[in-house]
Design a protein around this ligand. Sequence first.
Ligand SMILES: NC(=O)c1ccc[n+]([C@@H]2O[C@H](COP(=O)([O-])OP(=O)(O)OC[C@H]3O[C@@H](n4cnc5c(N)ncnc54)[C@H](OP(=O)(O)O)[C@@H]3O)[C@@H](O)[C@H]2O)c1
Length: 284
Amino acid sequence: MPDMGVNLQDKVIIITGASSGIGAATAIECARSGMDLVLNARRAEKLTEVARAIEKLGRKATLVIGDVTEKDLSLRLLDEAEQAFGGYYAVFSNAGHGLDRPAHETSEDELRHIFEVNYFASVDLISASAKRLIEQGRPGHLLMNSSCLAKFTLPHHSAYSATKAAQNHFCRAMRLELKPERIEVSSVHPITTTTEFFQVSQTLSGNKDFDGIVPDHAPRMFIQPPERVARAIIRCLRKPHAEVWTSFIVRATAGMMTIFPSMFDVLMRKQAAAERAKRGKAAT
Ligand SMILES: NC(=O)c1ccc[n+]([C@@H]2O[C@H](COP(=O)([O-])OP(=O)(O)OC[C@H]3O[C@@H](n4cnc5c(N)ncnc54)[C@H](OP(=O)(O)O)[C@@H]3O)[C@@H](O)[C@H]2O)c1
């Protein structure tokens, strides 16, 4: 008999940043796999639309509206899962945003804010989730949405990549620590994904001219829809593994860049020049 892995039917997952993009697509895919959901984001209307789609699939969704940086948000999510469904099996800490800024021009406030949302809020949620599962003696699966930029970075993405690398390392250590408790920990490493991410990131970075979905310089072959990431996450929930990747080429390139960091300078030369030109500081 083939190993079907974890049966997701009637299991419960908590997802932050579920009002759009990868979070929303993952929520729908989880419902298709028979899971019930606790969903979080700040925009109630968009989150309600996702909940309606889940109900149409015959599953239940309950909402916790709020900013992931709010002090009690993690506990509110866990409590809601207990009240609505009697507990949870999986948690996907996904809420996050980007910042397009040269490293030396990134203000301390910007740096602290992006770390609060992308890193500290996800650590708070995943740690609180782990503690409660351990107290209850239950197995579970905790995931953070990191990025391929956890392993390398791009010009103007220092702050963002730093948050994603920090998430990745936290997950790697937790994975080893929590194995004996029957709790799996995984990080997700999407490549360029067609979501609201770049629009939001450009707005936060004060760039009013951006009107695309992804940056012009993003190579077409490395652009994916959020549903592709969502399906990879479902595979990981069924058969837990350390890292979720949706591009072998990017993963392999990231490995090469770790061994040969100067190779990265050559690969990124054109993009760095384009970014400088965009800011009116044409490369010499
Ligand atoms: N798109 C990519 O190319 C890409 C690549 C690698 C990794 N990622 C990662 O994927 C994750 C999801 O991004 P996405 O691409 O799906 O972008 P997205 O469409 O902009 O989704 C971001 C989600 O996070 C929520 N969110 C943002 N800040 C929040 C906060 N402070 N509190 C609560 N919710 C918040 C947003 O909802 P509200 O605005 O309603 O709160 C939205 O639901 C992020 O962690 C991102 O770093 C994205």
